[in-house]
Design a binder for this molecule. Structure first.
Ligand code: AMP
Length: 568
């Protein structure tokens, strides 16, 4: 393996890369020798936690080391920031302040480095997956995050569609399939049909604010209630440690372990759950899973019985309660034989190959849909301004271009305001404002007619063209300035800020990660176990100081394994 910076021969191939930028974990895959393969990070693992931490020396840590520091240094560490993509939320980590897309850029940058180390030459473009139900704004922010990381987005692919693609390559079947994708922060339902070589998406719906993290948060709140504690009554570090313990407990529930023990605030505590109590805690979340399924089936004009198969994607579908609910809703067991954690990245790399017309895949044709209705604010009747007038209806096959005619409201009007909304409600106030802009009108003494054309491309990005019929005047608007204010200045400032950051060197990550894990384990343990972990920490620091690469690597492997066994 060569260093990326050493080679820049003009004959370098363009690697076909696919990235799953997840709420909890991110992955990168490459299309090589006729198939998609996952690329491991510096630790030799294919899952890189989507977590960023600022080290004491101000350098940036991404991945597993940062994840361990969520517990030990919660005020210097951020996780699950994908949930805030497209919002104004800022994360204060030590002396730094980041937007969600800047944090995502740091994760993408780490994946890019891993790919470069694996391939031995620089990479500059990739297919990136996004939740199908991501809004226009969230998609644009994802493209911007990639730009900040030095990656051109060849295409944004919807996560369930990517999964369907990976299954399609694997299965070669003719089927109507529902993809149920519950990740860390988002939920997508996609109904599609394999008529290979065609994969046709019929409907996509979802909930951008429902994911495995909500199930963890619900447990955390119920546990605090039972212990008569509140979120505010715990120190940041103790709360982070409890969150960590609850996350592990959520996984253990699947193995039938019902008791949580925790001593992160200096007091030994126990929380015992049973099936009934757990159902009660998760009932409101489980209820939210139903509506998008019903809508997707209705839009695809199918009943559950008419589906040939069900595919589960996303780490949160490992929860037995989710599997039971799905089995009950559809009266059958879902497909789960491809790993729900890795399938999206593999599908994204397959899409990169498809785009590049790789011989092994060029047969496959994929059609996708726009998952939500897009339209403008209009007046309905005499009184009702603020009505939502759809132009592209949800689940229209993309790319698409649709036009609707509108009229000025009075003869002397000098300005029209085009306000673009997305959503399914009759009044714009209940939908999401995507963008708005004003166009000057030359008064003609008469009511004027205008055609508003929406063009929605394969990446799910929208362009608006307005043509005034009487004057022939045309106005084109690509929606790149967001209502939340990401203008050119903000973009440049992000570039500038990120370029000044010191990123922790990749080859030092394995040692840094082990140290972070040992510190977390020490914090979370007590008594003899804590003494043992303390001795490991000292021993590893000594071996690091002696600078013998072979000894360091040997001891790192032993201690990592020992920590795995103790489940830290
Ligand atoms: P993803 O974004 O697809 O990586 O999904 C991450 C989500 O899956 C997180 O909320 C995890 O807590 C959840 N998850 C992963 N494995 C399990 C498991 N064995 N049991 C319960 N939840 C899990």
């Amino acid at each position: 393996m060569q260093d990326a910076s050493n080679s820049s021969s003009p004959a370098q191939p363009t690697p076909l890369l696919g990235i799953d930028l997840g709420t909890t974990n991110s992955l990168i895959a490459v299309w090589q020798e006729g198939k998609a393969q996952l690329i491991a990070n510096a630790l030799g693992e294919v899952l890189t936690p989507s977590v960023v931490s600022v080290d004491e020396d101000g350098s940036i840590l991404v991945g597993k080391a940062a994840r361990a520091r969520l517990t030990t240094h919660p005020l210097r560490t951020a996780a699950a920031f994908k949930r805030f993509m497209g919002s104004d939320k800022r994360f204060e980590l030590g002396e730094h302040r980041f937007s969600p897309e800047e944090l995502s850029a740091l994760v993408l940058g780490a994946l890019k480095q891993d790919a470069e180390a694996y391939l031995g030459y620089p990479v500059s473009e990739a297919v990136i997956s996004v939740p199908a139900y991501f809004s226009d704004e969230q998609r644009k922010r994802t493209v911007f995050a990639a730009e900040l990381a030095g990656l051109k987005v060849q295409r944004l692919i919807n996560e369930p569609t990517a999964a369907a693609m990976a299954y399609g390559l694997h299965e070669q079947k003719f089927e109507r399939t529902l993809v149920f994708d519950l990740g860390g922060g988002t939920f997508d339902v996609t109904v599609l049909e394999y008529a290979l070589p065609l994969i046709e998406v019929h409907a996509s719906t979802g909930d951008n604010y429902l994911g495995g993290e909500d199930f963890t948060d619900a447990l955390l709140l119920a546990c605090l209630r039972d212990w008569q504690l509140t979120l505010d009554s715990l120190e940041a570090q103790a709360l982070a440690s409890l969150h960590d313990a609850i996350e592990q407990f959520k996984h253990d529930l699947g193995d039938g372990k019902w008791t949580l023990t925790w001593n992160g605030d200096g007091q030994a505590r126990e929380w015992v759950l049973d099936e009934l109590k757990l159902q009660g805690i998760w009932a409101p979340l489980l209820a939210r899973v139903r509506a998008p399924i019903e809508q997707a089936l209705r839009d695809a004009r199918l009943s559950p019985k008419e589906l040939d198969s069900l595919v589960l994607v996303g780490g949160a579908t490992r929860m037995p309660q989710i599997q039971q609910l799905v089995a009950k809703l559809f009266g059958r067991l879902p497909y789960r034989h491809l790993d729900p954690d890795t399938i999206v990245a593999l599908g994204a790399a397959s899409q990169a190959a498809c785009k590049a017309r790789d011989a092994a895949i060029d047969e496959l044709i994929l059609t996708d849909v726009c998952p939500y209705t897009l339209g403008i604010a209009a007046q309905r009747g005499e009184e009702n301004s603020g009505a939502f007038s759809p132009i592209i209806e949800r689940n229209t096959v993309i790319p698409t271009s649709r036009v609707e005619r509108f009229y000025s409201t009075h003869a002397e009007q000098k300005m029209v305001r085009i306000a673009v909304y997305q959503g399914e409600r009759p009044w714009v106030r209940d939908n999401i404002l995507v963008d708005s802009f004003e166009i000057e009108l030359q008064p003609t003494g008469q009511i004027q007619s205008l055609d508003v054309r929406f063009s929605y491309d394969i990446n799910g990005l929208l362009e608006v063209d307005v043509t005034f019929i009487e004057t022939g005047h045309k106005h084109s608007h690509s929606i790149d300035r967001s209502p939340t204010g990401l203008d050119e200045q903000a973009r440049l400032a992000s570039h500038e800020r990120l370029s000044r950051l010191k990123i922790h060197p990749r080859d030092a990550l394995p040692n840094r990660t082990l140290l972070a894990r040992l510190e977390r384990a020490w914090m979370q343990s007590l008594g003899e176990e804590r003494e043992l972990i303390g001795s490991w920490l000292d021993a590893f620091n000594s071996v690091l100081a002696a600078q013998q690469a072979g000894d360091i690597s040997r001891q790192r492997q032993q201690l990592s394994q020992a920590l795995d066994e103790l489940r830290y």
